[in-house]
Write a protein that binds this ligand. Structure first.
Ligand SMILES: Nc1ncnc2c1ncn2[C@@H]1O[C@H](COP(=O)(O)OP(=O)(O)OP(=O)(O)O)[C@@H](O)[C@H]1O
Length: 293
């Protein structure tokens, strides 16, 4: 298989098993989601892909090449870019300089930034809509702007695999969709930890669900994300419908302890045609707000 494969990956942290026997296949060009509750091991698994953690057992393979055994961190960074939550330490740089660090794996001390490097950085800034902010200090940006700059840095790496750890944190709904649309349009292999199950269902070709460091289910979102599985994994009541625009699964959630809502009135209760008033109150006399005279 061409693409990325986590093959029976095992990670221990502080002596405890955090990820156990995890196999995840990301065929080349697919968008694969890693889902699961807080603490289920998603970030830990992703960190083995971008060389921040070495698996204790198993392997991370890119087109069959073992990233830890056969490639070092620098060679891996020419193939794999990550957009993660850890971005401390870069706060004193300008936006353009942050994005330019994405070119470092492609440069050597004998070949500093080339014209091509500068063009790639300019294009990456443009792709995320941050051209006009290129000279601002990174530290002065909003959370959403920072996220876009860090995506630009990942794009500047010109990776074959993009690892995303909760990439839509801090983003408003329009920016979330823009970011995931942009990522999808790249046509590269994507492995993303996502909490938003609607976004996962809308963007992922395949999802893998983790619980307590182990793989519980994998497959297309429509097959995997059943109300039964969501109840088991996230301990919520889930109501699944089809999104009227995207045609993908769409969810409404309630706590398992939530009382059932009163049943809506049957159509037979309102036999007259045309729009019905929202309540029994006549439209000519709007209800008074509590506390108004
Ligand atoms: N350096 C560490 N030492 C010990 N335990 C750790 C370390 N890093 C993470 N863990 C633990 O590993 C478990 C999995 O953490 P991880 O961050 O991978 O989960 P996650 O699924 O990404 O969670 P979230 O959705 O909350 O981001 C958690 O219980 C966490 O406390």
């Amino acid at each position: 298989m061409t693409g990325l494969r986590l093959d029976a990956v095992e990670v221990h942290l502080a002596g405890a098993p955090i990820v156990r026997d995890l196999t995840v296949d990301c065929p080349a060009g697919t968008f694969v989601g890693l889902l699961g509750p807080n603490g289920s091991g998603k970030s830990t698994a992703l960190r083995t892909v971008y060389h921040a953690l070495r698996p204790r057992a198993g392997a991370v393979l890119l087109d069959g090449v073992d990233l830890h055994r056969d490639l070092g961190p620098r060679a891996t960074a020419r193939q794999v870019a990550a957009l993660t939550q850890d971005n401390a330490g870069e706060v004193h740089l300008r936006v353009r300089d942050i994005v330019a660090t994405g070119r470092l794996p492609h440069q050597s001390s004998f070949s500093p930034a080339s014209q091509n490097d500068r063009t790639v950085v300019t294009d990456a800034l443009s792709a995320v809509g941050m051209t006009g902010q290129a000279d601002r200090p990174f530290a002065g940006l909003s959370g959403g702007e920072k996220q876009r700059v860090l995506l630009a840095r990942a794009l500047a790496q010109q990776p074959r695999v993009l690892v995303l750890d909760e990439p839509t944190n801090h983003l408003d709904i329009g920016a979330r969709l823009d970011l995931l649309d942009l990522v999808r349009s790249l046509g590269i292999t994507v492995l993303a930890a996502l909490h938003d199950l609607d976004l996962a269902a809308a963007y992922c070709d395949i999802v893998h669900v983790l619980a307590d460091g182990e793989l519980l289910a994998a497959g297309p979102p429509a097959d995997v994300l059943t109300p039964e599985l969501l109840r088991q994994v996230f301990k919520v009541a889930a109501h699944r419908t089809i999104h009227p625009i995207t045609g993908r699964p769409h969810f409404a959630f309630a706590a398992l302890t939530a009382p059932p809502a009163p049943r809506p009135a049957e159509p037979a209760d309102h036999p007259s045609p045309g729009p019905a008033p929202a309540s029994d109150t006549p439209l000519s006399s709007p209800p008074r707000l509590e506390g108004t005279p």
